[in-house]
Design a protein around this ligand. Structure first.
Ligand SMILES: NC(=O)c1ccc[n+]([C@@H]2O[C@H](COP(=O)([O-])OP(=O)(O)OC[C@H]3O[C@@H](n4cnc5c(N)ncnc54)[C@H](O)[C@@H]3O)[C@@H](O)[C@H]2O)c1
Length: 607
């Protein structure tokens, strides 16, 4: 596993980003310790809530809380929704020390963050981002806000969260289109400043959906670390932070010109990246050929890079409307290399005039490429569209309940069905796995991951019942796929005794065998103000052992009998410190023994 803490060092606004599978228990521990006794106000959206209600309630057990599920979607990111959050906070008695928890995608994060920034002149908030885009981008850096009819994100505030909890497990229930949209922001980071991430993404090419949980963590970590490094240099976007707008000048214009809702934000950013790569080269800034690399990568992810329904003049007009305009010029990040960009002041008129030529060139490149690969570039077919972010061995998964709910909400959601089938299989519920994967194969017979899971289920069934497959049972014939054999279905009630659980990835990890994080990832000085046993384990696993021990000692200073901290010390250092309480017991015993001996009292008898 590759869990990490990334510290955002912003003086007294510093905070930690916790990244790993199974962050729920860590979130619970963090909130319990940081905001003991004060209620947490959860802002989420109805889709996320419908999928994760049980998990959320579990993580919130023992924490006084109120939950506000908002209607989902970008079209809800307006002033009325912000007002609804204010009234929720006011009605439920939120105070200055209350905690707002943004649990959802970027829309929830921006809205809840803005409400937290302004309610009672600012109250604390944490982000639990559940979409890829919000995990790699919007939850980090403290930008919050909402849209006006006149433009996107025109009202906003900078308000840094107190912590961010990123769990790639949430991506398993995210639909493919939104998952892909998040890839655009990762590609942006790669092109803007992380050449190694660019290489990783290019190596994945069209197979990005097959990434394991660990691979997701690594990719997310690189993207987030890059964003953090930029935010640390320029928190309020005075200058350097604008490089994060790579792809956004034209991307935002596309979104606005097409009417919000036609493209997801990430889809528009993907278009923007391609168009701006061509513009960079046309300006003589980017090396020749780089634009093809950008376009290749984005097409490989399955993005459409143009929409003929949006005319040049509409895009041109929208560029002038972008709030990032500086009078008639804009500070625009231009690509200078594969993994580097630089801000340049560009006259809006120059960019507007260049749009038709950029578009023409883009079409030419896409045509060439389609010819080369022998097919039209468009949205991938249904079979290809089956998302496959299946975690690797040992990774935590979303709960079966959450996947089941997603399938109930959308029975055609093949990605969720594949994940559910795999979840059943891991739980030992081979019957459930079989039924589910059979459904997928009916809808998408050539889905590679469905085929793989079906074969795996088949193999396991044969292991459990060795005679199975040799003489097909008529009763079971209907469940047979792949014409390989018949199966007797094992009862589904074995779920609890098989190694299925949404693991507390941090709490259960041993002290060894953990790859050390790149140096500088955890800054001891900027360590979280809250000390928890789970965090100590995480620090320990990242090689920061002194820091971990110090953290445990501090916990024990606060509560010398803290059983987890005592057990931690014993497990990691092989010794149990003499706790204050134990000292007292010891000295009381000694005292009693002494008076028994000296004065002949019998203190053992109960009266
Ligand atoms: N603040 C910033 O720095 C920043 C940066 C980039 C983007 N943004 C903003 O982020 C927003 C886009 O964010 P987004 O793409 O996350 O959109 P979103 O919040 O609308 O989420 C997309 C959809 O996915 C659903 N969803 C969320 N998590 C899910 C899960 N785990 N499983 C299943 N469904 C899930 C949501 O209900 C929603 O329908 C835009 O408003 C954009 O302006 C902000």
């Amino acid at each position: 596993m590759d869990d990490a803490i990334i510290t955002v060092s912003l003086g007294d606004r510093s905070y930690d980003i916790f990244l790993g599978t199974g962050v729920g228990p860590l979130f619970q521990e963090w909130v319990t310790r940081s905001f003991r006794g004060t209620p947490a106000f959860i802002v989420t959206d109805r889709t996320v809530f419908s999928i994760y209600e049980d998990d959320l309630r579990k993580w919130l057990s023992g924490i006084p809380h109120e939950i506000l599920p908002l209607p989902p979607g970008e079209e809800e990111k307006h002033w009325e929704t912000v007002q609804a959050i204010y009234s929720f906070l006011a009605r439920k008695g939120a105070g200055r020390d209350s905690l707002v928890v943004a649990f959802g995608g970027g829309v929830v994060g921006d809205l809840a963050g803005f409400a937290a920034a302004t309610f009672l002149r600012g109250i604390p908030f944490v982000q639990v981002p559940t979409t890829l885009l919000s995990q790699v981008d919007s939850s980090v850096g403290g930008k919050t806000g909402f849209n006006l009819a006149e433009g996107k994100n025109l009202v906003g505030a900078f308000h840094q969260p107190r912590a961010v909890f990123i769990d790639p497990g949430f991506l398993l229930t995210l639909d493919d289109r939104n998952l892909r949209a998040g890839m655009a922001e990762i590609a942006k980071c790669a092109f803007a400043g992380v050449p190694s991430l660019l290489e990783t993404m290019e190596a994945r090419s069209g197979k990005w959906r097959e990434m394991s949980g660990d691979a997701w963590i690594r990719v997310i970590r690189e993207a987030v670390s890059f964003k953090v490094s930029v935010v640390e240099r320029d928190e309020k976007e005075a200058s350097a932070r604008r490089i994060l707008n790579l792809g956004h000048t034209i991307g935002h214009a596309m979104e606005q010109a097409s009417g919000y809702g036609r493209f997801l934000h990430g889809e528009a950013v993907a278009m923007g990246l391609a168009w701006e790569a061509i513009f960079s080269r046309r300006q003589g800034v980017g090396p020749p050929g780089l634009e093809r690399r950008v376009i290749d990568l984005l097409l490989g992810f399955g993005f459409s890079l143009d929409d003929p329904a949006v005319p040049d003049p509409a895009i041109a007009a929208a560029i002038g409307m972008d709030k990032k305009k500086v009078v008639s010029d804009i500070d625009m990040p231009l690509l200078t290399g594969a993994g580097s960009c630089a801000l340049q002041r560009i006259p809006v008129s120059l960019l507007r005039e260049d749009l038709p030529a950029i578009r023409e060139e883009l079409r030419g490149i896409v045509r060439d490429r389609a010819g080369a690969v022998g097919r039209e570039t468009a949205w991938p077919s249904t079979e290809e569209d089956v998302p496959m972010p299946l975690p690797g061995p040992g990774d935590a998964w979303p709960s079966i309940a959450s996947l089941e709910r997603r399938v109930v909400v959308n029975p055609r959601d093949l990605g969720a069905m594949i994940a559910l089938s795999e979840a059943y299989r891991r739980a030992g519920n081979l019957a459930g796995a079989w039924e589910t994967i059979k459904e997928v194969l009916e809808q998408s017979p050539s889905s590679a991951s469905a085929q793989r899971i079906a074969r795996e289920v088949e193999r396991e069934m044969k292991e459990v019942l060795p005679g199975v497959g040799e003489s097909p049972s008529p009763l079971l014939e209907e469940v047979v796929i792949l014409e390989e054999g018949a199966f007797e279905l094992r009862p589904a009630d074995r779920q609890s005794d098989v190694g299925w659980r949404r693991a507390d990835a941090y709490g259960t990890r041993g002290p060894t065998g953990e790859p050390a994080s790149p140096p500088g990832e955890i800054s001891p000085e900027a360590a979280a103000p809250v000390r928890t046993v789970t965090m100590a384990t995480l620090y320990w696993n990242q090689g920061r052992r002194e820091e971990a021990i110090r953290m445990i000692d501090e916990i024990l200073q606060g509560n010398p009998r803290d059983p987890r901290a005592l057990a931690w010390r014993e497990a990691h250092l092989g010794k149990r410190p003499e706790a204050e309480g134990e000292k007292t017991v010891f000295s009381l015993n000694a005292f009693l023994k002494k008076i028994m001996k000296e004065f002949g009292y019998d203190v053992s008898r109960h009266h």
